[in-house]
Design a protein around this ligand. Structure first.
Ligand code: NAP
Length: 244
């Protein structure tokens, strides 16, 4: 398969290139030009139309929206790993998914898919317990909280009858409100990605943690998704469908 990789020189994109090549795919890097400007749109359209079977994107939201627009234009299936989109950008991705197959995941680690199921089971079993979410990433990460933390928070909400109010960090003098979920973000060193959900009641604590030990795990999941997506109907797909 011919796999176009946007962000091919980035931390995750480099791993995607290595993973795709190790599986015998031909990789087409889609990088910015040496001045750091986005690739010319006509050139990008031509590359996707003539040379790519699928596009995998790990860049920044504004670049991803541009790349996905080109993929929609040229009928190229697209796997999106970028996180941190605003609502308008998410709408643009949804529009593209009406024309091409599009799979977006905030985390391509299989263990995180399992974490989501375990978190749901924990929240359903312990509905009166306090819930706190903590994530840690390397100091170069731009968006906070991480896309994965937001996915975990959405899962917690959907497992409960009432939505919890998200409180981002705490300071000052007041007690914890039972209707809130604390969200804690740490940025330090080279940490690949760690997510912890704490469920605490009287005299006991249940901690559920996922830790990515290398970016290879994201690359492997993204290439699995690319192989699965190529040749499907237009629409929005989830990583859980690939694993199923
Ligand atoms: N879904 C997942 O499993 C998962 C896992 C890890 C990371 N991520 C997400 O993937 C994205 C990339 O993360 P990363 O750590 O690989 O980032 P990174 O090392 O900063 O790489 C991003 C790459 O994007 C490209 N790019 C295109 N337009 C850009 C612009 N305007 N500004 C900066 N870079 C631009 C650059 O590559 P070129 O110069 O080659 O164009 C850059 O190297 C983030 O949103 C991150 O949260 C998702």
């Amino acid at each position: 398969m011919r796999v176009a990789v946007a962000g091919a020189t980035g931390r995750t994109g480099r791993e995607v290139v290595a993973e795709a090549e190790s599986r015998g795919h031909t990789v087409l890097p889609v990088s910015r030009d040496p001045e750091g400007d986005q690739r010319d749109r006509a050139e990008l359209d031509a590359l996707l139309r003539e040379e790519a079977d699928v596009l995998v994107d790990f860049t920044v939201p504004e670049a991803t929206v541009e790349h996905v627009g080109a993929a929609a234009e040229t009928g190229t299936p697209v796997v999106v790993g970028t996180t941190g989109f605003d609502d308008a950008q998410l709408d643009a991705l949804a529009d593209a998914a009406e024309q091409v197959p599009l799979l977006r995941a905030s985390n391509f680690a299989k263990g995180v898919q399992a974490l989501l199921r375990v978190v749901r089971a924990g929240v359903e079993a312990l509905p009166e317990y306090d819930v706190e979410v903590t994530e840690t990433h390397h100091s170069g990460k731009r968006d906070a909280p991480s896309g994965t933390a937001t996915t975990v928070l959405d899962e917690i909400d959907s497992a409960r009858e009432d939505a919890l109010e998200r409180v981002y960090g705490r300071e000052g003098h007041h007690e914890r409100d039972p209707g809130e979920v604390g969200v804690h973000v740490r940025r330090a060193g080279t940490v690949r990605g760690e997510h912890e959900v704490t469920l605490a009641g009287d005299d006991e604590v249940l901690s559920l943690t996922h830790r990515a030990e290398s970016r290879r795990v994201f690359a492997a999941g993204a290439v699995d998704a690319a192989e699965w997506l190529a040749g499907r109907e237009a629409g929005s797909y989830e990583f859980s469908e690939v694993l199923a």
